[in-house]
Write a protein that binds this ligand. Structure first.
Ligand code: IPD
Ligand code: CA
Ligand code: CA
Length: 261
């Protein structure tokens, strides 16, 4: 498939540019707050991806985190590429690992292709809607049921400390119920760990369309369930809460352990 091969080429070239940047000095800026970082590399990689998409088909629309395509979005009609050039920028800056390139391709709001590339591990997760999900071309299995007390759950420690968004005591109960918790600081890696059965759930209080667009296409193919923390379908036009989970624990986590404030 032409578009599939083209995306693989874009991702490999973008990854090689990111690897080269490890030896350069980065320019780091803050965005919405002190912990919301962006570098010149995030912007340059998005600019590179935007140029490649435009060269492929100038009618395709591009929703990218760093706004390099300068398009406003109030609806998702047509072919829309949803791009996070580096997901996990803080990890990229401080640790040079646990970050990805994420590209989802939607047609009239429906996910068609999803690609998440873990640059340092050289792990490419991808899916073509209806044709299955793959990790480095190896098919990913459908998720098998697992009880909550055997589950590993991805949750950031901020939500177990008292906060304004969610009842931290209930999240604390979840932490005590499950077998273990993890936090990788990269939403796409955490989603892919659920998709591959390495964890059973990942919850977040605030994700953006580019954090979840590619992962949602891949998740569907293995039967992982995803929604907002109120149990509603995801909306790729706004920031919202998010959960992805093995279907055997999705409802139980939402009903028994999540109370949005
Ligand atoms: C962030 C990461 C992080 C998540 C944040 C995202 P960025 O993306 O995925 O794990 O907790 O909500 O914004 O800014 O590094 O692309
Ligand atoms: Ca992101
Ligand atoms: Ca990003």
């Amino acid at each position: 498939m032409l578009i599939h091969k083209y995306v693989l080429e874009i991702i490999q070239e973008a990854a090689s540019r990111i690897r080269q940047s490890f030896s350069q000095t980065m320019e780091i800026e803050t965005k919405s707050g002190a912990n919301d970082l962006v570098t010149n590399i995030d912007k340059e990689i998005e600019q590179f991806i935007v140029e490649k998409i435009r060269a492929f088909d100038a009618t395709h629309r591009i929703l990218g985190e760093e706004g390099m395509s300068h398009e406003g979005f109030t609806e998702l009609s047509g072919i829309v590429w949803i791009v996070d050039p580096i997901d996990g920028t803080m990890n990229f800056i401080r640790q040079q690992r646990n970050f990805t390139i994420s590209i989802g391709i939607y047609e009239d709001g429906i996910g068609k292709f999803g690609y998440i590339y873990d640059v340092v591990r050289e792990e490419l997760y991808y899916a073509i809607a209806g044709k299955g999900a793959f990790l480095n071309d190896k098919p990913l299995a459908k998720l098998q049921p697992i009880p909550l007390n055997e589950a590993i759950v991805g949750v950031n420690a901020s939500w177990i400390a008292k906060n304004k968004r969610v009842n931290s005591e209930k999240i604390g109960e979840l932490v005590r119920t499950v077998r273990g918790t993890r936090s990788y600081g990269c939403a796409t890696i955490e989603m892919m760990f659920v998709v591959t059965g390495r964890m059973e759930a990942y919850v977040s209080m605030r994700l953006s369309p580019w954090d979840i667009a590619a992962g949602a296409v891949i998740a569907k193919e293995v039967g992982a369930e995803f929604s907002t923390l109120r149990g509603q379908p995801i909306n790729l036009l706004k920031q919202d809460t998010f959960i992805i989970a093995n279907p055997s624990v999705h409802k139980e986590i939402l009903e028994d352990y999540i109370e949005i404030l």
